[in-house]
Design a protein around this ligand. Sequence first.
Ligand code: MLT
Ligand code: MN
Ligand code: ZN
Length: 301
Amino acid sequence: MRVRILGVAAGGGFPQWNCHCEGCQACRAGQATALTQSSIAIQAQTGEWFLINASPDLRQQIEQMRSQQCFGVEQQRSLPFAGIVLTDAEIDHTTGLILLRESAQPLKISSSLAVKQALTTGYPLLNTLQNYCGVEWSPLELGISIAIATELSIEAFALSNKPPKYMQQSAHSEQVWGVGLTIRDRSTGGSLTYAPGLAAIDPALRDRFAASDWLLIDGTFWSNNELPNLGIGERSALQMGHLPLSGPEGSLGQLAQLTKPGRTLVHINNTNPILIPNSWERQQVEAQGIQIGFDGLMFTV
Ligand code: MLT
Ligand code: MN
Ligand code: ZN
């Protein structure tokens, strides 16, 4: 399969419209590359593309794909994605759905039941879309592989119990709100594990990572108190369901121990100093052989 990172930034993008942190200022000054919001796409050998998460920047991301000849011959008003998979119901991963309302076909969306409930109650995008292009929803259950194309299967695994803010009132603590995906290609034997909202790494998850050919991993925050330290927010990275990169328990040290998989950071917040060229933090990541993702990055597994 071919994998394309449509957008690497976490919610808000890089720069974020109201942010004046060091990274956002460097970006506006042309010293750091702007990034659109978190989403990837995968292409089966038969040519069909599947969208995984739908960011508010989806329109621009689709045009970027088209300008790079990612799509073959297209029908008038057709949808360039054979299916859409959602890992969670966060605003930055779902708002792009509404931009697809002009589609001539119903959107085929797979997600957990919790995500469907969020998107039909707290943030009722699916109800709204029913009156435009229509939606054909199918369930994504933990631990069950579903075939999305002849040779491609997707398996969801639990990543985070953190509900979207707009569902906090009705959520219960054990509910899984964010999943990761392992996507396997039978024809190449390759596998990709996508984990944009990683709250912790337990032994089972480490084994899953080690068995994958490529990891696209949560790089939201460098440090646990990144937002409070900047006076921007009150919640720590861990309270937001994102394991920070640095620190004794941080993801960087754990990812450094893995040798086989390609490792690329995605869902990077604009406050994260790894986005600033030549920063000490960026050098720490690269010294471990871990790649910092960028919009339009493509690879094959
Ligand atoms: C997250 O990734 O934690 C959320 O997208 C944050 C948000 O609400 O924007
Ligand atoms: Mn997010
Ligand atoms: Zn910023």
